[in-house]
Design a protein around this ligand. Structure first.
Ligand code: ADP
Length: 447
């Protein structure tokens, strides 16, 4: 087993990984930018190394600096966390070339799924249903018009290298298709350095449902049920729950089996998530994330399995200690993403946290790197805390979450806590009746 793991990330996820390591008796090495010298992940880690100035390109994305830090600290393995280098196959290869274990899937699988066109082609061959659309990249306007006519408007133009909800354009008719194609291509080139785009049917009112999996290097793959991540703003998740209020046990079993069979065929190792849109009883694959996800915690709460611990064990070559039938999903869990942002305008709100009080009690979990006096830096993602609540059923979970949100105090910076408090009182949310467009419509109505 590894004796020392370098955590190549920051914020709550760095802390999350640190906690799993400590429970396994593994030493941790934090890396940090100069802006994060006082961050909680640096304070709690056994050792820390400054890897550069605040800009992510010069610190958390600075591969030579991270590899040097691992060498100096004598780490055995590197956990990339979520975001930054977590889906960078070149990084995974470089980590291995320098004699460290990359805690994640093989670089080949990361490449295969990192490119959305290749990912779609791969899963079609594995009998996973996909959103109808172009078979690969779309070259010009004529081709786009032909495909859109075939699948019917509205259509969505998507960047093959896209991520983080960026690089997507909707066209409701042929008039703006050419213009949107050009815009999407230019945006893709600027954001991802790759202007390859493809077209899919834009689904009217789907839910975003994703299945959490874990595979080992001995051919075993299990799933931990699904998460419903339909509450989104700008294609980014705001709140997630497990199980989905829209699925029953039979559908859950069927989609879980489809996914695990496919990943077993691929020989997938590590944690992964297959994302679907779900509409009128049908699943449509949109992408696979070859890493841990921010919302992994709701699956942990209903399964009782520490997914980071399992990632570390399978990266070390151990077989999974359980089979599918050992995984029992119990109760209901909801996660609120709390961002340092204005709750109505969503403008970032960095600055000093003057007062901090976290809720507690049965079934309440906080994954956060905040503390009173901490200064939220302006350079990074605005997620500062995840409040995750578990209950015996969805109703108990909602009542507990409402109570926990009321207790939570974060002063000095604006946060999205007031938005979550409001959501808890919305009848559609209480009924579990919402699709991926619900939140934006709700926010529009309440402007
Ligand atoms: P990213 O990698 O940027 O997260 P995804 O492909 O996972 O992109 O899509 C993010 C979100 O965009 C989805 O959860 C959904 O809300 C929306 N979306 C993606 N594809 C479609 C589609 N074909 N129809 C409608 N909405 C879509």
């Amino acid at each position: 087993m590894f004796e020392k793991i370098l955590i190549a990330n920051r914020g709550e996820i760095a802390l999350r990984i640190h906690r799993a390591c400590k429970e396994m008796g593994i030493q941790t090495v934090a890396v940090h930018s100069t802006a994060d010298a006082d961050a909680m992940h640096v304070r709690l880690a056994d050792e820390s190394v400054c890897i550069g100035p605040p800009s992510p390109a010069e610190s958390y994305l600075n591969i030579p600096a991270i590899i040097s830090a691992a060498t100096i600290a004598g780490a055995d393995a590197i956990h990339p966390g979520v975001g930054f280098l977590a889906e960078n196959a070149d990084f995974a290869e470089m980590v291995a070339e320098h004699g460290f274990t990359f805690i994640g899937p093989s670089a080949d699988h990361m490449r295969m799924m990192g490119d959305k066109i290749t990912a779609k082609r791969t899963v079609v061959d594995l009998n996973i249903p996909v959103v109808p659309g172009s078979d690969g990249d779309v070259q010009d306007e004529d081709e786009a018009l032909r495909i859109a006519k075939e699948i019917g408007y509205p259509v969505l133009i998507k960047a093959s290298a896209g991520g983080g909800g960026r690089g997507m354009k909707v066209s409701r008719g042929p008039d703006d298709l050419g213009e949107n194609l050009r815009l999407c291509r230019a945006e893709a080139k600027a954001s991802f350095g790759d202007d390859t785009v493809y077209i899919e049917k834009y689904l009217a009112a789907p839910r975003h449902i994703e299945v959490q999996v874990m595979g080992d290097s001995h051919g075993n793959v299990v799933h931990f049920g699904e998460r419903d991540c339909s509450l989104q703003r700008r294609h980014q998740k705001v709140l997630e729950e497990a199980p989905s209020p829209a699925l029953n046990a039979a559908v859950r079993k069927q989609i879980g089996e489809t996914v695990t069979t496919a990943l077993q065929t691929m020989g997938y190792r590590g944690a992964g998530t297959i994302e679907f849109l779900y509409e009128n009883g049908e699943f449509y694959f949109i992408e696979m994330n070859t890493r841990l996800q921010v919302e992994h915690s709701v699956s942990e709460m209903i399964s009782g399995v520490d997914l980071v611990r399992e990632q570390i064990l399978v990266a070390d070559g151990a077989p999974l200690a359980f089979t599918q039938s050992d995984i029992v999903l119990a109760g209901h869990a909801i996660e609120c993403r709390i961002n340092a942002e204005h709750p109505e305008t969503f403008a970032p709100s960095p600055g000093r946290v003057t007062d901090y009080h976290a809720p507690g009690g049965l079934g309440v979990r906080i994954d956060s790197a905040l503390y009173a006096g901490y200064v939220v830096p302006p350079y990074y993602d605005s997620l500062v805390s995840k409040l995750i609540v578990h209950g015996a059923n969805r109703n108990e979970c909602l009542l507990r979450l409402r109570r926990a949100l009321d207790e939570y105090v974060i002063d000095g910076v604006e946060t999205t806590l007031p938005l979550h408090r409001r959501l808890m009182l919305e009848q559609d949310f209480i009924n579990g009746e919402y699709d991926i467009h619900w939140l934006e419509a709700y926010l529009g109505l309440n402007d």
